[in-house]
Design a protein around this ligand. Sequence first.
Ligand SMILES: O=P(O)(O)OC[C@H]1O[C@](O)(CO)[C@@H](O)[C@@H]1O
Length: 252
Amino acid sequence: MRWLIVEDYEALSGEAAELVAREVREKPDAVLGLATGSTPVGMYQELIRQHQAGNLDFSRITTFNLDEYVGLSATHPQSYRVFMHETFFQHVNVQPERIHIPCGDAADLDEECDRYERAIQAAGGIDLQILGIGGNGHIGFNEPGSPVSSRTRVVDLAQRTITDNARFFASIEEVPTKAVTMGIQTILEAKKIVLLACGASKAEAMQRMLEGEITPGVPASLLREHPDVTVIMDRQAAARLSERFLDPKHVL
Ligand SMILES: O=P(O)(O)OC[C@H]1O[C@](O)(CO)[C@@H](O)[C@@H]1O
């Protein structure tokens, strides 16, 4: 695992965008796994900037989003589908038929989950997966206790996640309690993974992810067994890590 501790959110966004841009330039038909949440927004803005400057072409890229709330229509303002279109897709040239986001309002959600897994396989698997991290160490919506072997499925959101995400809704009662998420195994099958963490609210999760036991109780810790993971965090998110992480020799 590589890790990079940067000064602030702008630097984190720039470094993350650079890794995505490099992948897209090296493999113009790459399959990208994308994340929502507030953390990757700056990365998307930088990718849009490079695209609009004529330096980045997404026309042959395929994308798969990590997750979607259950029960929100595709046009609901807080659906991840709307978030992704407003934050990224409508500003770049990813072809609409190559954009994949789980349908959280599908009539048969189990069938939707199977369909999503098959679509990832049919695309040849994910080349580069972007991840955020929940305050409780979740990745995607794989909450603590999610099996290592899990694949795309419907999950119950942890109370902490509902509380954390209530800021995006008018009231906590409006936050969905279930989601469709890629599983831990789905994520671990990505060839490369980049996890982003920003701010003091992620410091405990980062310490448990990087220095605690490797356990389904801290889903992000399972990434330590993947051969190609890059963690980019700001100083606040890194604040509780021990010296060896902060030693400049170890900072990429
Ligand atoms: O970046 P934020 O806003 O802290 O949110 C991170 C969250 O977003 C997600 O990526 C949602 O898919 C989760 O992994 C995590 O809950």
